[in-house]
Design a protein around this ligand. Sequence first.
Ligand SMILES: [Zn+2]
Length: 325
Amino acid sequence: MEFPGFLGNERVKEALRSAFSAGRFPHAVIFQGEAGCGKRTLAELVAKALVCRVRERAPCGSCPSCIRTAAGSHPDVRVIQGSGSTKAVSVEAVRALLEDAYRMPEEADYNVYIIDFGGKTMDAPQNKLLKLIEEPPKGAVFLMISPSAEAMLPTIRSRAQIFTLRPPEEEAAALWLAENRQADPARARELAALCGGNLGRMQEELEGGGASQAQALAVQIAQTMLLPTGAHRLLAATFPLQKDRALFREVLSRLTSIFRDACVLRCGCGELVGGAPSAADKLCALPMRRLSRLPDLTQEYLQKLDRNANTTLLAASLCADLTKP
Ligand SMILES: [Zn+2]
């Protein structure tokens, strides 16, 4: 099993490769990691390899199976994903999957299901999926994608192999962006530094738009909360979030990455998740007690946002919580 164009994550690739070569590929896999770190890209590569007709160098990229998988028309590769701002997978989508999973593969040895849980993994669809994961039909492989396996039901988690994806080295990411997205090399290096090598986020930045605004706001909030007289500037920085729930969600998710990276930099252990290294580095000035509760805090706000809390009130209370000593 090969991973053309997929940077870094060598241990993950090695584990997948050896399971595939040994003919004991796990029936349930969870790819976890921050948004933009390549979970979906890797799941698609694995799906392609599983159905590729040239087993020795799968995915070969040129056999009929590879071509149809790339075009999204292979009968044995299905993608289940949600819609809306949270992209949560619905119970109905899992019900359709249940009906499909017991048929024999039409062409390949496997029926591959990519289940992209998006930013929010709800319990009801997972409970429906559980029966399939517990007693998988022959040849079925479920490639599940979630920001965090912790957000998934323990009953699913315990039956799946979990792989954590990290951004590649900044230098490699910058080169990739310059070569594959025709970015100016200096701009590519700048984006790699801003996003800690997170290729998904680097591409969003390069294309501009809403994603870029979210990253800029997250960095601004992270820097403003450090200022002794930052309270009203923090309120001003969070003002755009009051009217835009999707932007609020995106900013919280990026703040979580920045806060996690700050904790890693501060304690000197663990691996960076690709927040915004320079902003994270400045946050290291905070007392550890205050710093260590920040990632949980933004996660709590994400949950409140999902429960449809009022965004104006939520933005105000977030400012108060971020500046609490
Ligand atoms: Zn192929």
